[in-house]
Write a protein that binds this ligand. Structure first.
Ligand code: GLU
Length: 277
């Protein structure tokens, strides 16, 4: 078993991250497997070295250990580029020049468009424009979902934990429910969906442990694995840690930051109890 915790260094780790990391670590420990840490720092405009240092510090304090050196997504742009070239050569990508407001205008009233895991389903404005002969550099690239699912058989993924069972994904439904997701952002050369799928495969992750907020994105990941011929891990989407108002914790909730609890003198054991472990 190989599990991973894959934080983005864009803010302090909070109780929700602690729960996720501890769950992934404990699962690997119980199975005599390996727990990996991966730094998801593709969005260089939001990532900070001090947040990354704090991640290492907080996780060590919690008692977690992992093999070094850790995988850092910012060092893997050539690998993501190679995956984009493969998709481009299959005719599954196209450049998109729409601004957010163009998309909103094309969709009309917000309630008219379907909501996908990444927000409103893209109306396809740029899909049928002539495509350049080679993969353009530094463009927004979207997956042509209609073409991507053509000829694909039934898809799905195995889930362990709270939602254990087989989760079916109907490829034919994806163009309408998910649409042409962005696989490369401008100034980034990749996207969360592309990098996470490529890296989980590269690291041989057998069990992806992450919050239930990412369960909807998993159908995109399963589709990309099928198209790119990558192995499909087992998924474990765990419950979310919420604040007293029942709201999911966010990075801006400094009050729930592990660093705040540490400064108050709480112990790792206190953290485990707080998240119900
Ligand atoms: N980097 C993502 C985050 O911090 C998590 C990615 C994943 O677990 O798939 O939310």
């Amino acid at each position: 078993m190989i599990t991973r915790f894959a934080p983005s260094p864009t803010g302090p780790l909070h109780l929700g991250h602690a729960f996720s990391a501890l769950t992934a670590f404990d699962m690997a420990q119980a199975a005599g497997g390996t727990f990996l840490l991966r730094i998801e720092d593709i969005d260089q405009s939001r990532c900070r070295p001090e947040w990354e240092a704090q991640i290492f510090d907080d996780l060590l304090w919690l008692g977690l250990r992992w093999p070094e050196p850790v995988m850092r997504q910012s060092a893997r742009l050539p690998t993501y580029h190679a995956a984009l070239i493969r998709l481009w050569d299959m005719g599954l990508l196209y450049p998109c020049t729409c601004a957010r407001r163009d998309i909103a205008a094309a969709l009309g009233a917000p309630q008219e468009g379907a909501m996908g895991p990444d927000g409103p389903v893209y109306p396809g404005t740029c899909r049928d424009k002539p495509r350049p002969p080679v993969l353009p550099s530094d463009a927004v690239l979207r997956l042509d979902m209609g073409r991507a699912v053509a000829g694909l058989g039934p898809l799905g993924f195995e889930e362990t934990g709270e939602n254990a069972g087989w989760h079916r994904v109907d490829p034919a439904a994806l163009p309408a429910t998910v649409g042409d997701v962005v696989l490369a952002r401008r100034g980034m050369g990749t996207s969360y969906h592309l990098s996470v799928v490529v890296d989980d495969a590269a690291q041989g992750i057998t069990h992806v442990v992450r919050g239930a907020d990412l369960q909807e994105a998993t159908q995109i990941h399963v589709l990309l694995q099928a198209v790119l011929g990558l192995p499909r891990p087992i998924y474990h989407h765990h419950r979310l840690i919420r604040d007293d108002q029942g709201k999911r914790l966010a990075k801006r909730d400094d009050a729930r930051a592990l660093a705040t609890y540490r400064a108050e003198g709480r112990s790792p054991k206190d953290i485990c109890l707080m998240v119900g472990l």
